[in-house]
Design a protein around this ligand. Sequence first.
Ligand code: MN
Length: 327
Amino acid sequence: MSLIEAEKKALALAAVQKADTIVIASHVDPDGDTLGSSLAWALILKKMGKSVIVYNQDALPYSYEFLPGAEFLVDHLPQSCDLLCLLDFSEFERAGKDLYEWRGYTESLCIDHHLTADPVADINLIYPQACATGELIYELVLCLDPGFRLDVAVNLYTAILTDTGSFRYSNSTPSSFKIAGDLVARGVEPWSVTQHVYESQPIGRIKLVGRVLETLQISTSGKGAAVWVTQEMFDETGTNSEFSDGLVNYPRSIAGVEVAFTAREIGPEEYKLSFRSRGTVNVAALAAEFGGGGHHNAAGCRLQGPLPQLIERVFAIIDNSFPVSDS
Ligand SMILES: [Mn+2]
């Protein structure tokens, strides 16, 4: 059950073998996949004697502080490196301005499962069929260190667990379960990971959920639902944007709703929208109408303007794809 073609795998492994210094970059607003993949990859490369820097421009979310190797994360880039690895994103701007402008690497390797029209790295291992970037890292790790240890396994399990929505989403494939099974056999304790990722919420998060749910709006057709979160809500609950992860799943869980989104205030009349679909609607296309992108069931964009109008604009598009019947 291998996704990566043999020639590509050989190219990637050769690039790793010949590099002495390696930078591993993960995307902004880091999730369990970009972090778990990066740390698993870092642990393997360090074991091979490489000098490794794990870069993310943002702070580590509290739910991922437990990941083995989390202490390697830094928010600044070095002068130079032999190999730059982009994990779980394939456009440089997804890792922030500093990485986008950085030219300190000799060769680049992208490992990702997001649909990309135009791969930018020297070597691109991009497989949208993979449930998570962690699945691709697992394949590579098996070549480099078949007997890999629990520290690597916990990271890969977290990557796959989070990107499949705890094995609930449609990207949960036989290989997601097979890999997870192997990782559990190597000592990963599912309940322990679950508690760290999903059941270690600060009280402020629950208070924030309460505030956000009060904002619920349903579109005319009943197929669209939205909630929003403002800086004021973060301030009042002692939280910040990293606590807004997953809020969109609440409106999507409403019976009849096909597309849900959250609008998070990021500046004066400026919002980051996160879309989630039940599957019928391709929200990557919806986000693209506003200059964003993503997957079929999860996508995002940024929009400017007064919030009520923004919500109306998006609801109009959703309702147009589900015309309300006259009968
Ligand atoms: Mn991912």
